[in-house]
Design a protein around this ligand. Structure first.
Ligand code: ZN
Length: 333
């Protein structure tokens, strides 16, 4: 599980307010609320992942956002029915917790005031989070439910496109409402809009690029540089050929990769020194038999533009983001 930066900032901000005690009383409540929200989001996500694992779908990672979480599943649920139940599991956890807390609250009958108000807050947070996530705004849970229902009638891609489109419209409406009533809504709308677009892109890419291997689209001709080449000369080559990165090879063996970023920030006195001092030695590479979608994930994860293709320790090609996007364009038409 990962904590998204926005959640971390929000929690930090509220804790800081509480510790500095700028508005006495209220701040303790705010700190309590944000902590409860955190616990609630975690439980909500555990609901999704419990059911996903029961169906044999591995969850790669979960990113916690203030409005819920985003689970990246390794593969998509094969049946729309499974996705429907996995999506509903999160909000259901919240409703069950709210119900149990409500029963406890009834049992207490107003005694233990501190515990009672704690329970009331917890019920409130769970109801809001559970209810909010059921809005049919993809990629929120309700939007996923909508997609699962649509996917029973049309292709998965078309269903995602439709659900993402509806999600974006709802996000725009939410943002407009938010400007007048509650700024927090604008922030959530932004998450939904960007999320809808990103997830649609990811599904489209995995659909169109499915089955293509790195060797099908990589460039076989690879220009390389040597570890003892001077910074100045390699920079010159980069300007001339408009390539931003080169594998560095020593007697046919790949020893690193050097990019425009590595070299362009160097000071003048380094320009006449060998590039081996500045190249990236930690190699991220792919192999000819690897699916293109995996190669694209590596490019995105490490924020690089190209990957060397290595087979039995030998450099056999190079694959760039541009190569992949070109293949995608061809497949789409
Ligand atoms: Zn959820």
């Amino acid at each position: 599980m990962e904590l998204h930066i926005s959640f971390l900032l929000l929690m930090g901000f509220i804790y800081a307010l509480a510790i500095l005690n700028l508005i006495p009383g209220v701040n303790f409540q705010a700190a309590l609320l944000i902590t409860l929200l955190f616990v609630t989001v975690v439980l909500h996500e555990l609901g999704h992942s419990y059911l996903a694992q029961k169906y044999g779908i591995r969850i790669e990672r979960i990113i916690l956002l203030p409005i819920g979480g985003v689970s990246s599943m390794e593969d998509l649920p094969k049946e729309p029915g499974q996705e429907l139940r996995i999506s509903l599991a999160g909000p259901m956890v919240n409703f069950v917790i709210a119900f149990i807390c409500y029963l406890l609250l009834l049992l207490l009958k107003g005694s233990y005031l501190g515990v009672s108000s704690f329970l009331s807050y917890f019920i409130l947070v769970n109801l809001i989070l559970g209810g909010f996530n059921l809005l049919p705004a993809y990629p929120m849970d309700g939007g996923r439910v909508l997609r699962a229902i649509l996917a029973g009638r049309m292709s998965y891609i078309r269903a995602t496109e439709l659900a993402a489109g509806i999600g974006k419209y709802l996000a725009i409406i939410m943002a407009i409402v938010g400007i007048f009533y509650n700024f927090f809504l604008v922030f959530i709308a932004l998450f939904i809009y960007i999320g809808a677009e990103q997830e649609y892109q990811a599904i489209m890419i995995s659909n169109y690029l499915g089955g293509i291997l790195v060797e099908n689209i990589m460039s076989h001709e690879v220009k390389t540089v040597k570890p003892d080449d001077h910074v100045n000369d390699v920079l010159q080559t980069m300007y001339q050929e408009r390539h931003m990165g080169y594998p560095v090879t020593d007697h046919e063996e790949i020893v690193g990769i050097v990019t425009f970023d590595d070299l362009s920030r160097l000071k003048k006195e380094n320009l006449e020194t060998p590039i081996k001092n500045f190249m990236t030695k930690e190699l991220i590479f792919t192999s000819p038999q690897e699916p293109v979608t995996t190669a694209l994930e590596k490019l995105n994860q490490h924020r690089v533009g190209r990957l060397p293709v290595i087979e039995n320790g030998q450099l056999v090609g190079i694959i760039s983001r541009t190569d992949i996007m070109r293949a995608l364009e061809i497949r789409k038409t």
